[in-house]
Design a protein around this ligand. Structure first.
Ligand SMILES: [Zn+2]
Ligand SMILES: [Zn+2]
Length: 255
């Protein structure tokens, strides 16, 4: 499985991009930086975006990629998400007010985007991969994803604080090659992390103990707030019994 980091931060500056990860050039986890981070041809090659929740830092580039793909006559882009997330996208984003409704542009028969509702924990085939959405704990409806291909599985936590069900499911995945796991704030900002449904290195360390062999699971950290980048990295580096690395823009993993 081929995994590219397009954007991996919990905020934006000229050196930080919001969350978007590319799997096998055809499927993405979230859409925070798809157009700022991918050339037009790569944008057009995408088949589907898995959207974990509807916060702006994860969906913003759905607007610009839809526009670009429409102009280039690309095949409909599948936006796969749970029911509540799709409802928010329809009502508050592609609503013909802040952005056109690309699910009927240029025509309803051959639209620019197509919604695919994922039922929690039910396997769906998306861009040729087996995908499951697992509900997590954030401030709005949100899910993690487990993506399985012919060559193993990769998982993405989405935005979440401490959660249970995801770890039960991850423990049952036979060939889990990597987990993309969020961490946002340093330990001294625990209150802010808790009210906003995010991890600090402390809660992340406790969370990893829910996995059967944390040392054997390559865990790729993302969603660090630019303000706290070095502090969070230092605190994560002090965690023991885990296999952590911090994602960088442009990272390419062959899993
Ligand atoms: Zn969020
Ligand atoms: Zn976020």
């Amino acid at each position: 499985m081929d995994l590219r980091v397009i954007g991996c931060h919990g905020g934006e500056t000229p050196r930080h991009r919001t969350s978007a990860f590319l799997i096998n050039d055809e499927l993405t986890f979230d859409a925070g930086s798809l157009t700022s981070g991918l050339e037009l041809a790569a944008q057009c090659r995408l088949e589907a975006c898995l959207i974990g929740h509807a916060h702006l830092d994860h969906i913003r580039d759905l607007a610009t990629i839809a526009d670009n793909r429409c102009q280039n006559g690309c095949a409909p882009l599948v936006i796969a998400a749970t029911k509540g997330t799709i409802q928010v996208l329809k009502k508050h984003f592609f609503n013909n007010l802040i952005w056109p409704d690309f699910s009927v542009i240029p025509t309803a028969q051959k639209p620019t985007i197509r919604y695919l509702e994922l039922k929690p924990e039910k396997t769906a085939i998306v861009a040729g991969h087996r995908v499951r959405a697992i509900m997590v704990d954030h401030t709005i409806e949100g899910c993690a994803f487990i993506v399985e291909g012919t060559d193993g599985a990769v998982a993405y936590s989405g935005d979440t604080g401490p959660t249970q069900r995801l770890w039960v499911m991850l423990n049952e995945v036979p060939d889990l090659r990597a987990l993309l796991l969020e961490v946002s704030y340093p330990n001294r900002e625990q209150k802010l992390a808790t009210v906003s449904g995010h991890h600090t290195p402390r809660t992340l360390g406790a969370e990893m103990k829910k996995y059967r062999t944390p040392k054997d699971l390559p865990t790729l950290l993302y969603h660090i707030k630019p303000t706290f980048q070095s502090e969070v990295e230092r605190e994560c580096a002090a965690l023991r019994g885990v296999n952590l690395s911090v994602c960088r823009i442009g990272d390419h993993f062959v899993l």
